[in-house]
Each structure stands twice: as C-alpha cells, then as structure tokens.
Design a protein around this ligand. Structure first.
Ligand code: AQP
Length: 342
C-alpha cells in the first residue's frame, strides 16, 4: 500500500517563530515515517502582501534550513521551494478560470488581511487560496495538516477539485465511468493543535508580520533575547498560572507554551505552576524555551556552515516535486482541452 501523501508549507515572510514550530513543523517531523511527505517554502504566497525583494531569497533559504534544523529529513521528505516548480503558478491560473469570484471574497483570511492593507490590497491576496489549492492538488495529496485558520482554504481546494474540475471536465472510461482529474484531499486534524499566542497580547496569534518583535520568539533568537522577551511578556495581577480562565489569556498561553517546551503534559504543567507567581514562572519558561531551541539552533548552524548544503537539498527536492507536479498539470491541461505541448 502506498503511504498517504501529505503536503504543507510555511511562507518566508520573516523569521520563523515558536508558533510555526509548535503548530506546524514539529508535527510534520512526526509524519515523515508514516506518510509520503512534501514540504515546501511557499515563496509565491509570501508576495501576496508587500514584501522586500532584498530579503525574499535569504528568508526562503533560512526557512528551508529551519525545516531541516527542526528535523525534516531530506532522505525521507521532499523539501523544495514553491516558485522553483513552475507548475504551481500555471495550475493556479487554470484553477482561477473556473473558480467563482464570490468563493474568494468570502474567505475570512482575505477579509482580515485586506482590512490591514486598505486600498493597497493586491489581486494576489484575494487569489491566495487558489494558489494554495494548486499547491495541494498538484501532488495528489491525500491529507493536508490544517490549523483552524486554514480550514476554510482547504474546503475551497476540495470544492475546486470536486465541483469545478472533476464534475465538469473528468474524462470517461470505456464503461462510461468518469476518471477523476484531481484527487480531493482530506484535512489532517492533528491531535494536539498548538495555537501559540502573542507574548504581548494573549488574544492575538503569534505572527511573523507583527511589527512588534517582542510579540514573538523567533527560532533563531539567542538565549539572552529569549529571556528578555519572556521577562517583558504581558502578565496579569493574579498569582498562580492556570488554563482556561477567559479573564487570563496570557496565563493560558504562557502555561501552554511551558508545557510544550518543557515536554510536560498540560495537567502536569498546571499542577507544577498552580501556586507560582509570575516572577518565579517566567525564568522557568525562559529556560525551557532556551533548552528546547538549543538543538534546533545548533543544527541550523551546521546546515548553514556548508554554504551549498541547503541549496543541494532544494535542488533535489525541486526535481522530485516537479516530476509529480508536471504529471498532474498535464492531466488538467488535457482535461481542459489544451493543445498538447511538444
Ligand atoms: N501562532 C501560531 N500558532 C500555531 N501555529 C501557527 N502557524 C503560524 N502561526 C502560528 C502555523 O504555521 C504554518 C505556516 O504559517 P504561514 O507562514 O504559512 O502563515 P501564517 O499562518 O499566516 O503564519 P504567520 O507567522 O502569522 O505569518 P504572517 O505573519 O506572514 O501571516 C501554518 O500551518 C500555521 O497554521
């Protein structure tokens, strides 16, 4: 039996942080043995918001190196850069032409990000979910790991595949049965969906694009900076750390982070910290963060010391990814009736 195929990616929109690690990459590492895994750095997505061309290439390389440092193994997973496989852009265009505009206009992430950008909002931002659908559908992915924020986009990818491509364009076999052009992927809901919140506002997601650097711990922050950010993290006047108190989002977030970073169960962490004041808890959290990130940072340095090592992984990944993606693209081109390429 072939292993179920999984595809996921992170945008190189800045330094990867604890949310990207604990909410996404850490889970990918666990999938590598049981699934056929494809992990890409989604650089085409990164330009759907204003970006700095002087940083894009370096951020792309850093993001790929961090995948490897976090434990993604190029022997077991295909690691590549989205824009290196041209089929992503091409399939996105083909899917654009069959996707109703109002499906995109109701996407929550578009509405949220568009508000922040006012009249500067690009067509690319509106089109983000179609590009994401192309990413997933090109690889015949069975499963896509999704957090709460991406569920709506995966649903859209399923609708495009099923209703707009397969239902309209699938060829028929000799018996008259339709042969699906695209595989319809399922969401992979991970058991421990870690949602890491900002250090400066326990109700907002930790995010690369938050202009306040102190709101996040980046995976490459040195120990002193981690300690300083945690020392300055927002707190409340109550003694004792606890989960689930809606009046105390910061306590909930930082205690959750502590459990994940120290490798404790949530019950154990809650028990250990129930009577602690913030002054006692914060150094403990800082130490757990520094220790959890130490091996990641060491492996990152090793990968970056050899200047061609990450690029070599990406070249190999590109070749493997392109072979799969081009086959799918060709199926879609044929189904839509294009003149075959020579
Ligand atoms: N705070 C978070 N907690 C848990 N998971 C998170 N992810 C991001 N932030 C958190 C997960 O990381 C993966 C990749 O994210 P992305 O870079 O594609 O886009 P994003 O979700 O928009 O991440 P950011 O950091 O907030 O980036 P910007 O600021 O550029 O928009 C996804 O699986 C996501 O769930």
């Amino acid at each position: 039996m072939p292993r179920p195929r999984v595809l996921s990616g992170v945008q190189p929109t800045g330094a990867l942080h604890l949310g990207n690690w604990l909410g996404a990459i850490r889970n990918w590492v666990d999938l590598q043995d049981s699934h056929d895994t494809y992990f890409c750095v989604v650089d085409l997505h990164a330009i759907t918001v204003p970006h700095d061309p002087a940083r894009l290439a370096e951020d792309t390389l850093t993001t790929a190196a961090l995948y490897l440092a976090c434990g993604i193994d190029p022997q077991r997973a295909t690691v590549f850069v989205q824009s290196h496989v041209a089929a992503h852009s091409e399939l996105a265009w083909l899917l654009n032409c069959v996707t109703p505009l109002n499906w995109l206009e109701r996407m929550i992430q578009f509405k949220e990000k568009a508000i922040k950008q006012g009249d500067q909002v690009s067509v690319g931002l509106l089109d983000y979910p179609v590009l994401m659908a192309a990413d997933i559908l090109l690889y015949d992915a069975d499963l896509v790991p999704v957090g709460e924020d991406q569920k709506q986009h995966l649903e859209l990818a399923r609708d495009i595949a099923q209703q707009r491509i397969n239902a309209r364009f699938a060829p028929r076999d000799a018996a008259g049965e339709s042969i699906p052009v695209l595989k319809v992927p399922e969401p992979l809901i991970l058991k421990e969906g870690a949602r890491v919140m900002s250090l400066t506002d326990g109700t907002a997601k930790m995010s690369k694009s938050d202009p306040n650097e102190g709101s996040r711990i980046s995976l490459l922050d040195p120990p002193e900076l981690i300690t300083k950010k945690i020392k300055r993290a927002k707190t409340d006047p109550t003694m004792g750390l606890e989960f689930g108190n809606p009046e105390r989002p910061e306590a909930d977030n930082l205690l959750g982070l502590y459990a994940l970073l120290a490798g404790k169960t949530r019950d154990q962490a809650a028990q250990d910290c129930a009577a602690m004041g913030w002054g006692q808890f914060k150094p403990l959290l800082a130490e757990a963060a520094v220790e959890a990130l130490r091996p990641v940072q060491q492996r990152y340095e090793q990968w970056r010391q050899d200047s061609g090592a990450v690029a070599a992984v990406l070249r190999e990944g590109e070749a493997k990814a392109a072979a799969v993606a081009n086959e799918t693209l060709e199926r879609v081109r044929q189904a839509l009736g294009f003149l075959p390429r020579s």
